[in-house]
Design a protein around this ligand. Structure first.
Ligand code: A2P
Length: 296
């Protein structure tokens, strides 16, 4: 008698739980990891958001748990998602944390009617995020041949893979100088990068390498700022090299990595090619690499 009753209670509790899950997913309410675990799509990890920081009405970052089995190279991207209307919806996100970090960090744009980011921007600590199991990408140190100086050219959220690479000791082992350029429309959009570089330089481990080698070069295009203009214009005019006190791009010593909008990638790539640098890939390392994988 008692057992039957206990069985019934258990059964009811189970069916309530799955009804809850279905209602939450259908209504696009953000789920908790334990809820989503039951409905998790195959091939995805269900991770828990640890912290969220909003920078502007267009930009935020979040950190989440990292599965013990998940390995990646600094600079790679992964598919991140949520259950929307009962189905997983993913977008490619560069991992902004370095390979050694025990959590995973992502830097995201907020698109008001974006299918994923309109929901993702509302996540809170404790919420669940889906992540596909296989990272990939070309913005990795292995895809560049050795050189003296590496330029990391970024606009907007394109800084994310470089947030990973500038916190990786391998980058400083490979290059004498690491120049991170970040151009945004507005001054407030530079904040993530400014905090990141400061934290990197102050970090007890990475700071030792970064403080002598890392240069942060910022510009803004749609507001007053000490340095204005697109990175492509700053390269073309030679102002970038004048400001840095370095010679113009030279394929013998300079390496490049590019991450931004499609137009920015195309225009920056053309300038590097004009300077004689050749595009590389994982299976064919060369003098510069380009990445398209971020939500823009
Ligand atoms: P601009 O304000 O002149 O368009 P977005 O948010 O559109 O991706 O832009 C981020 C930054 O990238 C902005 O400062 C923008 O400048 C700049 N940008 C946009 N297109 C290009 C391009 N083709 N080459 C270089 N920079 C670009």
């Amino acid at each position: 008698m008692l057992q039957v009753k206990a069985g019934l209670v258990l059964h009811e509790a189970q069916s309530n739980t799955s009804a809850d899950i279905r209602t939450k997913i259908d209504m696009n309410v953000l789920a908790k990891p334990a809820d989503l675990e039951a409905a998790a799509p195959a091939g995805a990890f269900v991770e828990e958001v640890k912290s969220v920081q909003h920078y502007t009405d267009r930009l935020f970052r979040f950190r989440m748990t990292r599965p013990a089995s998940f390995r990646f190279r600094s600079g790679e991207f992964v598919m991140i998602g949520l259950m929307i209307d009962g189905k997983p919806l993913y977008r490619a996100y560069s991992i902004a944390s370095p390979a050694w970090d025990e959590e995973l960090e992502f830097f995201s744009i907020k698109v008001p009617d974006g299918p994923l980011t309109s929901h993702l921007q509302k996540i809170q600590p404790g919420d669940a995020v889906l992540m596909k199991k296989k990272p990939t990408g070309t913005l990795v140190n292995d895809a560049l041949i050795p050189g003296k100086r590496v330029y990391m050219f970024s606009t907007g959220t394109g800084i994310a893979p470089f947030a990973s690479l500038i916190r990786d000791p391998d980058t400083y082992e490979k290059f004498d100088q690491v120049i991170l350029t970040h151009t945004c429309r507005e001054v407030s959009e530079l904040k993530y990068g400014e905090d990141l570089v400061q934290e990197t330089i102050n970090d007890p481990l990475i700071g030792e390498f970064a403080k002598d080698k890392l240069v942060h070069y910022t510009s803004v295009t749609r507001e007053d700022f000490p340095r204005q203009g697109r990175i492509t214009d700053l390269i073309k005019s030679g102002k970038l090299f004048e400001d840095l006190g370095v010679p113009p791009l030279d394929p013998a010593v300079d390496r490049g990595m590019i991450c931004g909008s499609m137009d920015m990638l195309k225009d920056t790539k053309a300038l590097l090619e004009e300077a004689g640098l050749t595009e590389g890939a994982n299976n064919k390392p060369a003098e510069f690499v380009v990445e398209r994988a971020f939500v823009g």
